[in-house]
Design a protein around this ligand. Sequence first.
Ligand code: SAM
Length: 257
Amino acid sequence: MTLNFTEFRKRASRNINIDLSSYKTKRVKRRINSLMDKNDIKDYNECLDLLKTDKDFKKEFLDHFTINTSEFFRNPKNFNYLKEEVFPELFEHNNKVKIWSAACSDGSEPYTLAIILNELGINPRRFEILATDIDHQILKTAKKGIYNENSVKKTETAILNKYFTEQNDRYVLDPKIKNKVNFKQHNLLTDSYRSKWNLILCRNVFIYFTKETKKKITQKLSNALIKDGFLFLGNTEYLLKPDSYGLTKEYTSFYRR
Ligand SMILES: C[S@@+](CC[C@H](N)C(=O)[O-])C[C@H]1O[C@@H](n2cnc3c(N)ncnc32)[C@H](O)[C@@H]1O
């Protein structure tokens, strides 16, 4: 039987343990087709066989599918709001502030938080940063804490000089900052969520999900927040009706539970 795209997607999802139907169809199709072209794979049957039998191909398939683009201080205005408004409020009202960076990619995002908290002079015993991603490989990169110039292009020079050491065109993050973030693998679609977070960042991953998935995940994230906790989304990821998730909009990309 020749597999059509829908059937292939179903079977490939089982194989890679990621429900591909939760992601936007057009994008998934485009990325799979480009990978097939690149590897001279003639049809979905052959692609599925390779997924089942060739570990290297399976890895390439997963790498091709997850887009890990990130950078330190991505959308600086938002991180400024976090520093000036959100963190002061959270630390005024809570002895310990629990922060979850979901879909954290290479760690630039959670490490940005650790840098800001250090700049604010907050005692590390007063916060916890958990950073998660579905992608094993990118978590390994994150734990290394070594970046290229592109990752730090939005970082102010003073911060760059204070927290990074330059080695052969690479930027090595200060171990004191690295130690403040815990990394763990987590799939937003299938794994359970810890609750009572004061702040959750879930940025630039909704763009890949279908509308239904986005709604489901937003509700789960909202439920995982403590009252008066904040959800921080990507700049292009608006919630049209935040109140339907028990949230109110505070500022561009910030929603309060
Ligand atoms: C574009 S990056 C965003 C990184 C960072 N949050 C930022 O805004 O700079 C998207 C990340 O989402 C991750 N991702 C995709 N699907 C996921 C899922 N179901 N659960 C958790 N992470 C997922 C990818 O592995 C990738 O690292």
